[in-house]
Design a protein around this ligand. Sequence first.
Ligand SMILES: [Zn+2]
Length: 368
Amino acid sequence: MESLRRRQPQIRASSRSVEVPSPEIMTVRGTVPPEALGTVAMHEHLWCDSLKAAGNERHSYGTVTATENQAILDDFEAVLQDLRRYKSAGGGSFVEMSVTGLYGDPATVARLSDAADVHVIAAAGFYVDAAIPEPFRDADVEQLTAFLYAVTTRGFDNTGIRPGVLKASASGPDLTALERRAHRAVAKVHLLTGLPVSTHSASPSTRFEAAQGTGGLSQLDLLEDEGVDPSSVIIGHCDVAPDIRIHRRLAARGCYIQYDCIGKEHYVSDTTRTELICALIEKGFANQILLSSDRCRNSDLSSYGGLGYSYLLEVFVPMLRGQGLKEEVIHRLLITNPARALTPTRNREIGATTYAGNYRRRRKRRES
Ligand SMILES: [Zn+2]
């Protein structure tokens, strides 16, 4: 973190000689083949502490003060208990999305993964502008790229634990300048490493703003502009802005649509979520839907009276069956789609060159 500037030349040198990416998926315990993941919750937290975020007072939560609304998840035994229950309910893997600005703890996450024998894929990247600490706030795209690339190759803070996903975040439909730089950096590191990109498309605290639902489109525009193929992009928190027209527009461009606030009925009811999912499937996008519940504070855990990680499988999946979804389709949403979405892309540099040309042509068509 202290040496953003010094790391830069190394990145430039190594970007010329990128090794062929492993088709395996990087977890906090090492690589596993995609078929070993089983059921995957695509956007969760096992450990985070947003109270530490330098700019937290910049958050606005209406009548709720910033300190009352922190994403603090730091009770090892309570997390472990819910993780074990998720496994008993049929869960196999988690994607842990606590990136820079959310103060995750990869070493603790690895201990939890071991203790519960659940695969955990860690994310590297950046949370929303207001939470991003110094020295990243003034960093340019190259510096952010250098930092992130170093994490993907050397691991988090000398732990040797490496990420399997890259994350970019937007605090509303219009990204801030810092968020735009973070998206470009994530795109560049994707092109170097093949790791998939998973986004936070709008903060739940700005959900009225996000109801316009265009945040995901702006994110995809930026990533595509850098040469990222949408098939490597997961637009997260789509259910916070439940506008099926936007979800269909996104899906038609080839990215994944992630409904990952399942159980958070103060945003949107779970019945609405099942309707959105069925509507997308009807339009032929069953292979692009991903699910999760984004548990991010102690009060989300069952020991504290919350719904826990297993709600997704114990309550929500039966609701999907109630809507008439066949087992084969549910298998795709929970197992096949995550395995495909999390597998690193091959030949991405060659692909990116071709892709950038295609993107410019498609953008012209959209604009005309
Ligand atoms: Zn999250």
